[in-house]
Design a protein around this ligand. Structure first.
Ligand SMILES: NC(=O)c1ccc[n+]([C@@H]2O[C@H](COP(=O)([O-])OP(=O)(O)OC[C@H]3O[C@@H](n4cnc5c(N)ncnc54)[C@H](O)[C@@H]3O)[C@@H](O)[C@H]2O)c1
Ligand SMILES: N[C@@H](CCCCN[C@@H](CCC(=O)O)C(=O)O)C(=O)O
Length: 949
């Protein structure tokens, strides 16, 4: 057989001659036999005619269901014949039943196998067993990745007709006869021209002013700019419509002309904004859709009567509407219209949604089930969060049919066939039984071959892996063959499928730094989160803002059994409890083989569990916050790079402080709490060890480190001091910097903090020992009484006597006494109930040192790394991280702790981090992606370098 191919625009054109065709070049159009509504065919008579004129034999399986009559195919030269076994290519719209497959043939149809959809896996098995070559229309894409064959436009056309019909019914249920009552369902029309006529007639009545005045102006919003949206707009154009810009929607929805309807086409830039700065950057959005949110709920939906949704939703892209949005939108509107009992107002503005995209749980979060051609409408009652099968009652009318083009089968067939036809001949000329490599396919067809010669093609081998790993929990999104959309690469597809699996995360603690963790993880709707905390109000305030979050009010220490059963139900635990609670949590994770992440130091109590963690085969990540956390990651990035060029690390210092922004450092401590107050206080009495110019320096516990405070002048504009933080030397080995003569990690404060804190230490207030007198069962003490006890005088002592005794205990330090008085520690306020004195002081100070409304915090981190290059040159590298809290948003501390924690959690869930055992973030595979992703959250650092002789 002689063939000459040329390629234009990626398409393969076959130059043919009747006499060249092999006798096997027979095409068969099979009968659609899976769905009762499937009246389409992949090719229309006009395509058959061209093929037969080219000398090919075209068989058409008889079908009374097919909308285009058999005699039209016969007229085009087709042969109506049941037996299609002589065909080399068999085409259909949807899948054939397994028992009708014929071995070693070429088949083309929408297979719905590429997500390893369970319902079609036995078909795929049969295809492989029978060595069939399967070409899937959904995977036929051009060089830009756009699908080349799809029914999109007809989904839009049919969807628009249906929703106009639905609006007629809904208006009627609300007490209004409208011209929409004369529009039927799309499949009631012979073709779209007939439907256009009906829509025009309704439009004519609208233009005569026959819409009830009390319903006010009607607005239709079209999302998406593809063929779906265009098809819907085409039908909408048959109404007396005026298209307005999105920003005019509010105005026309209130005072528009009742003799027309208004339309708005919404593109991404109209409603997507970056969470960080409210901007829209298309290139950035393509890379990081998760950083964006949609303003549709606030800027558009309140002024929309009917939404026609034609956007394809993917994981991580912002939703248009959530359940909470729907709740807010279903509130009565106050319109200018005069309403009476017989002429009521609408219950709310947003009446109907036609979700043509039909992505269940997608951009319209509460569209959880598609409707059908038989039962096209349902009502979503946001308050009750239920869907009911009627057009009556309260809620939003929803129409989300996923096989819309089947309602207009004749035009859909012609449209689809026009797109498919250019590829038919190359498919037809190939031999299903020959090796795939020997076939002369264009890239469009070759890349759409899912199976051939008994195996999955390389690009689709992932389907088998998916089947093995995700057998039961696949996300079975609705079919998307009717939309002109493309999945990204196969790898990404497989990855996204892995992400589709519902994951369950248990977050323990709802304190200062938990917010961004929830914010980040809830961007992925496939993550369900349980938050458990002992503080009810704090827990409720935190969780009410997010979707897919369940709050559990409990004491996890007192109710170990409950903790255990909670842990068991989750795939990952994030503990943001006080660090003393982590070992208990870790034990529960070990017993239940559940991974764990904390932002806390890998303490000896945690390290003790190393072996059990390894035996359990789980991942326990510690030190995944700011300090510890980002400090390690920034250090390791620099150290690894230095080592790559052969440099040696000669010194390392890292100082970090969570502080009030300078303008809010307005108290004797120059400090306000942005993380666990008790943790802050206890850090002042820790021991510390560090290496300075080759010498180990040990500072004992009990407050001595406050005396070793030094001035910090790397940011001379800030009045900073620093003191050592815990044992710095233990990082020499894990950092791989045993060569360093100086190794010091420290804490930053504004000058004056250490001195003032030193006073509390002297008074024995930073004492974590149990103190039963402060329990809830004993009579409350006042601060004055407690201080009398601390300085060893009678509880009934005069204020002046107490003050004198305290002054003396403070070594006559006036500034320390002033701070004690300022905090009211000599007064009659009750001491909060607590387990220890430091616990009570933490609670008290938390009340006295809050961030006021509009006040913000600040993070300063400065890493300095001295290097010696192989040339002998010394280099001083510095890395500076300065982050401010958002006014009335997340604090800098919450962001810099919560985001690394959340990103790591996501990486564990997605299998991106799979190291087992006790892990801290020192390796490139962990710090690389995390640093990149925190930058995208606005946590940006700068580096500086000075080369010395
Ligand atoms: N690595 C870092 O840079 C970094 C920074 C800040 C905080 N942290 C650590 O992160 C963790 C969280 O910090 P935070 O500032 O949000 O602390 P926080 O004190 O504000 O919050 C602790 C939370 O734990 C809850 N909780 C305490 N005891 C409980 C119990 N028995 N049962 C149930 N819930 C209980 C509290 O209700 C609270 O919601 C702490 O361990 C802290 O030390 C690390
Ligand atoms: N050192 C800085 C930043 C501290 C961030 C909190 N880190 C905690 C971690 C405690 C833990 O949970 O293990 C700390 O105590 O340093 C400052 O004090 O301002």
């Amino acid at each position: 057989m002689l063939r000459a191919f040329s390629h234009t625009n990626g398409r393969c054109v076959v130059h043919h001659c009747k006499c060249w065709h092999h006798h096997k070049s027979v095409l068969a159009i099979r009968r659609e036999d899976v769905s009762a509504w499937e009246r389409r065919a992949p090719l229309a008579p006009k395509h058959v005619k061209e093929l037969t004129q080219m000398g090919y034999k075209v068989l058409v399986q008889p079908s009374n269901r097919r909308a285009i009559h058999e005699k039209d195919y016969v007229k085009a030269g087709g042969i109506i014949q049941e037996d299609i076994s002589e065909a080399s290519l068999i085409v259909g719209v949807k899948r054939p039943p397994e028992d009708k497959l014929i071995p070693k043939k070429n088949y083309a149809f929408f297979s719905h196998t590429i997500k390893a959809q369970e319902a079609n896996m036995s078909l795929l098995d049969e295809i492989l067993r029978q060595e069939i070559r399967l070409i899937d229309y959904e995977k036929m894409v051009d060089h830009k990745g756009m699908r080349v064959v799809a029914f999109g436009k007809w989904a839009g056309v049919a969807g628009m007709i249906n929703i106009l019909h639905g609006l007629g019914l809904r208006f009627l249920a609300l007490g209004h006869h409208t011209p929409f009552m004369h529009i039927g369902m799309a499949h009631n029309y012979r073709n779209s021209s007939q439907a256009v006529q009906a829509v025009r007639d309704a439009g004519y009545e609208i233009s005569l002013g026959l819409m009830p005045k009390s319903v006010g102006p009607l607005t239709f919003v079209f999302t998406g700019t593809g063929n779906v949206s265009k098809g819907a707009q085409e039908m909408f154009n048959a109404l007396p419509c005026e298209f307005v810009e999105p920003h005019d929607l509010k105005e026309v929805s209130k005072s528009g002309d009742l003799r027309k309807v208004y339309g708005t086409v919404l593109s991404r830039h109209h409603h997507l904004v970056r969470k960080r700065d409210g901007m829209y950057d298309p290139a950035d959005y393509d890379k990081h859709p998760e950083l964006y949110t949609s303003r549709f709920n606030t800027d558009i939906a309140p002024y929309t009567t009917c939404l026609i949704n034609g956007i394809y939703w993917e994981q991580h892209t912002p939703r248009l509407l959530s359940r909470q949005d729907a709740q807010k939108l279903l509130v009565p509107i106050k319109s200018a219209a005069i309403a009476t009992e017989g002429c009521p107002e609408l219950p709310h503005k947003l009446l109907a949604i036609c979700d043509i995209s039909a992505d269940t749980g997608g951009s319209i979060e509460f569209m959880t089930e598609c409707t059908t051609i038989d039962s096209p409408f349902c009502m979503y009652d946001a308050d009750q969060h239920i869907i009911h099968d009627s057009v009556e009652g309260s809620g939003i009318l929803m129409c989300s049919i996923d096989n819309l083009p089947a309602q207009l089968p004749i035009e859909a067939t012609e449209y689809f066939g026009d797109m498919l036809f250019p590829y038919i001949e190359e498919m037809l000329l190939s031999e299903g039984s020959q090796p795939l490599e020997s076939q002369n396919y264009s890239s469009v067809v070759r890349d759409a071959v899912i199976a051939s010669n008994g195996s999955l093609t390389a690009k689709f081998e992932y389907i088998q892996k998916l089947r093995e790993t995700r057998k039961s929990s696949l996300c079975q999104h609705c079919c998307s063959e009717d939309l002109h959309i493309t999945a990204t690469s196969y790898k990404e597809y497989a990855q996204s499928l892995n992400m589709d699996k519902k994951k369950r995360v248990l977050l323990l603690g709802s304190g200062y730094v938990s917010g961004p963790v929830l914010e980040y993880l809830t961007r992925d709707s496939n993550i369900d989160i349980t938050v458990a905390s002992i503080m009810k109000e704090q827990l409720e305030q935190l969780t009410e803002k997010y979707n897919n979050v369940t709050a559990v009010h409990m004491d996890v220490i007192k109710h170990e059994e409950n903790l255990s059963s909670l842990v068991k139900k989750h795939d990952l635990v994030i503990s943001l409890l006080p660090y003393s609670a982590h070992p208990l949590v870790a034990k529960k994770c070990i017993n239940n083989k559940v991974n764990l992440i904390t932002a806390s130091y890998l303490t000896p109590a945690m390290k003790e569990l190393q072996e059990s963690v390894e035996d359990a085969g789980i991942t326990v990540i510690s030190e995944m916050g700011l300090d510890p956390g980002l400090d390690h990651m920034l250090a390791m990035e620099c150290i690894d790079k230095a080592k790559e060029v052969g440099a040696m690390i000669v010194s390392y210092t890292s100082f970090c402080g969570g502080l009030p922004a300078p303008e809010h450092s307005d108290n004797p401590l120059r400090y306000k709490f942005s993380w666990s107050p008790q943790g802050v206080l206890l850090n002042t009495v820790q021991s510390a060890t560090y290496l300075k110019n080759g010498e180990i320096v040990n500072i004992p516990a009990g407050g001595a480190l406050l005396d070793s405070v030094t001035s910090m002048d790397f940011f001379p504009g800030l009045n900073l001091e620093g003191f050592p933080n815990r044992d710095s030397t233990k990082y020499a080995e894990p950092y791989g910097i045993q060569t360093a003569h100086t190794l010091l990690r420290g804490t930053l404060r504004y000058k004056g903090y250490s001195k003032t804190m030193g006073g509390f230490v002297k008074l024995g207030l930073i004492n974590p020992d149990p103190y039963p007198l402060l329990s809830s069962t004993t009579p409350p003490l006042t601060w004055k009484e407690l201080m009398c006890k601390q300085v060893g005088i009678k509880l009934s002592a005069e204020y002046s006597a107490l003050k004198e005794a305290v002054f003396s205990k403070l070594g006559k330090d006036e500034s320390q006494l002033e701070a004690v008085e300022w905090l009211g520690l000599l007064g009659d306020e009750p001491v909060p109930v607590a387990d220890s004195i430091v616990g009570a002081l933490a609670k008290h100070m938390e009340m006295k040192l809050p961030f006021g409304t509009g006040e913000r915090d600040m993070i300063i981190m400065r890493n300095e790394i001295g290097l010696r290059h192989p040339s002998g040159h010394l280099e001083d590298k510095s890395i500076s991280l300065v982050v401010y809290g958002d006014n009335n948003g997340y604090s800098a501390m919450a962001k810099t702790v919560g985001y690394p924690t959340a990103i790591a959690a996501k990486m564990v869930l997605d299998g991106e981090i799979n190291a087992k055992g006790m892990v801290i973030p020192l390796t490139k595979n962990i710090y690389g992606p995390i640093l990149e992703r925190v930058r995208a959250e606005g946590i940006v650092y700068s580096t500086h370098s000075v080369i010395k002789q």
